[in-house]
Design a protein around this ligand. Structure first.
Ligand code: ADP
Length: 551
């Protein structure tokens, strides 16, 4: 016999799997039944010929020999007289086929391979029968070798009914079929169990994830029984685990989930599409009041015994919606405020303006010098007030989508227009303004022009002694346009980079004219179109203003 497996193997079978496949207890029943029905001996060995489990041998000759030699230490389980080593197991591996052997007592057995794929996992032995009438001489020799009462052995052997070689081979075939079927069944059962274990692990893992997620999550069975829910769910909806798990989703929390929209989704959408995303549902809960929720669900893995489970995610957007409504309201308020300023304030301001002009014309030099100065102050104030009203109005209207609808806007044309508006300032300052080819973007041209005008206007205003250079460019970064307006002006402290976007926030105070509303307006416009705006600067060297436009 040999330890080798000359046929090689393609199927990887770990020692643990092999041990499970050849589990003695499971094989015992099959082998025992076979042995009892066919009345031949049967045993299972590993690939080295070592017995696995019990040897089922109803043959009296063998029992006698075995009982008299408790420490049965022979090479072959079935050979009674192993003067020559039994080569059955080795031959099975060599040929991959059933092998029939005789021992010197005249007993015959067959050995047959047990294989999974092309990998041999063991050997089945069957037989220990005389395939012709027993002969006395060999038996006497065996009795002598094994120190058995020869007479008794002979008597038992004569009682053993011979089985023809052909029948023994048929018995072997039958055992081979039975053995292979049982092996495959075991393999399938092990695989199935392992699969179920992996499912369980996946489920454990999934449950751990579900538990840590901040968003309320519920896992439902196919018939909408709550299998589990996470902490966020219990806390947000003020229900306990005990009154939730194992109950139908529509029943829990005083039937608070009997929401028509949700029913529709779970009963119609999920079975057909297996998922739905972000459906908005509004519901008045008994304990926690009105909630606006986004519901998403998806059919997940099959788990026994629940069938396909459904993961329901609930996002509470009540606060977000409230904030949106407030924002909308404040935007509308601001716009209303804008029109109030433009109509109601501009009128009296115009009156004050024309009367102070009249005052200056008539009385300058006629009253004392203080009076002249006061008149001058008032005139100055009126001009500043006008500028502020104009800028505030622009600020208020920055988010007015009706006045500024979206269109395909050439950023280059918008920039050129704003440069035309700044022409005098550009000429006076002698600024050099350059720009790269700029893209066409979804914007209102006037508003994009406003942003450019504010940024380039500031660059001109906050310049240094030396020649001003302004550079405008745009690059596409991951689907959004990043615009920049860079100057070599006075710059500002980087710590102020955020501050300057606030309304009335000015760093360079009285030395420069301005209302402190320009950058705030730029931010309102840019954010209204879904972009961001920020600035970087090195004081005394220059500043760069960046803004993005989603593609
Ligand atoms: P203002 O009417 O004062 O120009 P803005 O809102 O346009 O108002 O700008 C706010 C402040 O940001 C300015 O007062 C100035 O201090 C600073 N600032 C804006 N642009 C620049 C720039 N290009 N270089 C240096 N400082 C700037």
């Amino acid at each position: 016999m040999t330890n080798e497996n000359p046929q090689g193997s393609a199927l990887e079978i770990s020692p643990e799997l092999l041990a499970e496949l050849l589990d003695p207890e499971s094989w015992d029943k099959v082998l025992e039944t076979y042995s009892r029905t066919m009345r031949v001996a049967v045993a299972l060995t590993d690939t080295k010929g070592q017995l696995i489990g019990a040897c089922h041998n109803p043959q009296p000759v063998w029992s006698l020999a075995h009982d008299s030699r408790p420490g049965w230490g022979m090479d072959c389980l079935f050979c009674l007289a192993p003067h020559l080593p039994c080569t059955a197991v080795y031959d099975v591996f060599r040929t991959g086929q059933q092998v029939l052997v005789h021992d010197q007592a005249g007993l015959a057995h067959v050995a047959l391979p047990l294989s999974l794929g092309d990998r041999n996992v063991g050997v089945l032995l069957a037989g220990q029968v005389f395939d012709r009438y027993p002969e006395i001489l060999p038996l006497q020799r065996v009795a002598r070798d094994l120190n058995l009462p020869a007479q008794e052995l002979w008597q038992l052997a004569r009682k053993q009914i011979p089985i023809s070689r052909a029948s023994l081979q048929v018995y072997g075939d039958l055992l081979a079929t039975l053995g292979q079927a049982f092996l495959r069944q075991r393999f399938a059962a092990i695989l199935e169990r392992k699969l179920a274990e992996t499912h369980l692990q996946v489920r454990d893992y999934a449950e751990a994830v579900v538990e840590t997620v901040q968003q309320p999550l519920v896992i439902l069975s196919e018939d909408l029984i709550v299998l589990s829910a996470n902490r966020a769910f219990y806390e947000d909806f003020e229900v306990s685990k005990e009154e939730t798990e194992g109950r139908h989703i529509y029943e829990i929390g005083n039937e608070q989930w009997q929401i028509p929209g949700l029913r529709e989704l779970l009963e119609k959408v999920i079975p057909e599409q297996s998922e739905f995303q972000a459906f908005e549902v509004e519901h008045n809960f008994e304990h926690i009041g009105r909630k606006i929720m986004l519901l998403s669900a998806r059919g997940i893995f099959k788990t026994e015994p629940y069938g396909r489970t459904v993961l329901l995610a609930i996002e509470d957007i009540t606060a977000r919606r409230r904030a949106e409504v407030q924002l909308l309201r404040s935007n509308t308020d601001l716009q209303r405020f804008g029109s109030v300023i433009s109509h109601d304030l501009q009128e009296p301001l115009r009156t004050i303006g024309s009367f102070t002009q009249l005052l200056a014309k008539r009385y300058t030099g006629k009253l004392d010098s203080d009076a002249d100065e006061f008149i001058h102050f008032v005139q100055d104030g009126v001009v500043r007030m006008k500028a502020m009203i104009r800028d505030l109005l622009l600020y208020a209207k920055a988010t007015d989508s009706e006045e500024y609808p979206l269109e395909a806007t050439s950023a280059e044309l918008s920039l050129q227009e704003s440069l035309a508006n700044l022409q005098t300032a550009i000429e006076e300052s002698g600024a050099s303004i350059s720009y790269e080819p700029l893209p066409t973007v979804p914007y209102h041209p006037h508003q994009l022009g406003q942003v450019f005008q504010n940024l380039v206007g500031n660059a001109i205003k906050y310049r240094r002694e030396e020649l001003l250079q302004v550079r405008v460019s745009a690059v596409n970064k991951q689907g959004e346009w990043l615009f920049s307006v860079a100057d070599n002006g006075i710059g500002f402290e980087p710590a102020q980079a955020e501050n300057i976007f606030g309304v009335f926030k000015r760093l360079h105070g009285a030395r420069y004219e301005g209302t402190g509303i320009g950058l705030a307006t730029c931010r309102r416009i840019v954010e209204h179109y879904g972009g961001r705006i920020w600035a970087e600067s090195v004081p005394g060297t220059g500043s760069t203003f960046y803004f993005t436009i989603p593609g």
